[in-house]
Design a protein around this ligand. Sequence first.
Ligand SMILES: [Zn+2]
Length: 127
Amino acid sequence: MAVYKKGSKGYAIFNMKCPRCHEEDVFHTGAWSFTRPFEMKDNCDTCKLNYMPEPGFYYGSMFISYIIWAWFSIILVGALVWLRGWSVEGAFVVLIAISVVFFVWLFRVSRTMWMAINFKFDPSKIK
Ligand SMILES: [Zn+2]
């Protein structure tokens, strides 16, 4: 799909690559790694993009993760309770279990989404 090809926002977001050159990883460890889960590189090794252009830059990514997770939670619990006939407690246990597994991934994807919103892909920056 074109949305996941190099040069698209989807490629940078879901592969967690630098939003400007799409060459370097934004995080030190892999997307599903729980070692150093919240540590980002300071800048891109290829295009030298500063990943922390100003203090508080990533506040916007908190809104992205909140919106994604709030809607996911409402839809999941609603579907389990009303469509599948589960108890509310059972639905919340499933929601919490999924939240634990996807917490780091969501944190990282919301940050790369925020970066993709704020930085444009620029192929001329690729060495
Ligand atoms: Zn870069």
